[in-house]
Design a binder for this molecule. Structure first.
Ligand SMILES: [Zn+2]
Ligand SMILES: [Zn+2]
Length: 136
């Protein structure tokens, strides 16, 4: 693989290092991601959990979306959303694209929940679009 994916929150209290390539990279325009990001969509990289080393004390809040509990981790000092995990799918670990030390490594392959998207939130024309969740 290429060099590790590293990143963390805005104040540096939470850091992660991931020694694997992402399984998937996607934008999501659902209402939860709009509220959580404060803008039109969230941008996420999904990694295999065993490749992740995370440090720092994150706070978590849980939300149900698409029938799955999502545990969202954020920094209690600076408030940045950093990563999320799914208790029902413990083998994956998802980071926010903006938390990467080099966010240019994010290349969205799919856009989820375009049905909830807004005209002002422009999308990568080459990414595959889904009205809601893609079929698993
Ligand atoms: Zn922080
Ligand atoms: Zn979403």
């Amino acid at each position: 693989m290429s060099e590790a994916y590293t990143g963390g929150c805005a104040c540096g209290a939470i850091r992660y290092e991931i020694t694997a390539e992402p399984i998937e990279m996607n934008d999501c325009q659902c209402r939860q991601c709009q509220r959580k990001s404060g803008t039109g969509h969230g941008s996420y990289l999904t990694f295999p959990r065993p490749a992740v080393k995370a440090e720092g004390e994150a706070k978590h809040w849980d939300v149900v979306g698409g029938g799955t509990i999502k545990s969202r981790a954020f920094c209690p000092t600076c408030g940045s959303p950093v990563y999320l995990t799914f208790p029902g799918i413990p083998e994956i670990f998802i980071v926010h694209a903006g938390s990467l030390d080099d966010p240019s490594r994010y290349k969205p392959q799919k856009v989820l929940w375009t049905a909830a998207g807004h005209a002002w939130d422009r999308l990568d024309p080459s990414a595959q679009k889904f009205d809601k969740m893609p079929p698993r």
